[in-house]
Design a protein around this ligand. Sequence first.
Ligand code: TYM
Length: 338
Amino acid sequence: MSGYRGPMRVLSGIQPSGGMQLGNYLGAIRKFVELQHQYECYYCVVDMHAITVWQDPEKLREQTFHIAASYLAAGVDPNIATVFHQSAVGAHAELAWIFNCVARLGWIDRMTQFKDKAGKDKERASVGLYTYPVLQAADILVYKATHVPVGEDQKQHLELSRDIAGKFNHDFDADDFFPLPEPLIKGPGARIMSLRDGAAKMSKSDPSENACIFLSDDSDVIARKIKKAKTDSEPLPSEPKGLEGRLEAANLVGIYAALSGKPDADVLKEFGGQGFGAFKPALAELVVEKLAPISAELRRLEADPGYLQQVLRNGAERAAAVADPVVAEVKEIVGFLP
Ligand code: TYM
């Protein structure tokens, strides 16, 4: 974190571009819950990132509530952590513009997520999708966040945030004005793969409806998706080494391990030698056991949009009280008149 001496702060965000899925839960939200007791935490619903690809406005509002409700249902306490939607705090967009002028084209050109999302037809992708990681850097640094809990797919974006912070500090001779934020990625669940393809990450936008488990899925749907999960025909090995090259098997064991809190080796001690006919029902039972209380709470909260609105408004006020002075200082550093 270089010589930065400010307070330790955590920021992270999830896009309201679809339902909350198991990868978001294991890779991100579970860490949000743990961290709120150790640090000052800011958890936002990144609606401005979501519109980098087309979103139906009515659905976007619903999904913003859904992601906020999922934070709370999983255990984020809005009286401890600050929960808000990104578009309600104008400082993110203001800082993003200044960062657009700090970040270099060559840096953004290297971002693999843009290449994946834009596909072959990049001429038709939005400009926002291209500068997406610059806005992400602004989300983080507008709170001078020092730690960012994310899944593994966000590693490159976090490196870019550090580069932008470092270049800003250097260009304006503003030693350690911004911290170099540390990604918090490690741990089981940092990379959950699709149930249909062990080489693709689990994603809410996967076209195959059986690829992804949503927090809102009921127990029958979860059991069906796991039953249909792609596997090979070998029994499970009794040691993690035996999972090498068996992407789908490794993913299912990894999900079991992440949810049970046991290392892969212990899971394989229990299930090694058994086929998927035995392992899949045990996995389905565990997923249902862990997700059912969260999805029940999620449904309860979603039925009360008035409460969610209140949480988001309060959160936005608290967030702006931290972010606005940082942007005011940045403007002065850059040379804008007050
Ligand atoms: P999003 O909505 O795509 O993902 C939200 C979080 O979930 C994690 N994640 C996964 N983790 C493990 N396995 C998976 N299959 C999986 N799929 C998703 C992501 O790594 C992420 O932590 N760009 C961010 C949103 C963002 C952000 C920020 C994050 C915007 N501003 C500032 C941190 C700080 C994203 O990927 O959203």
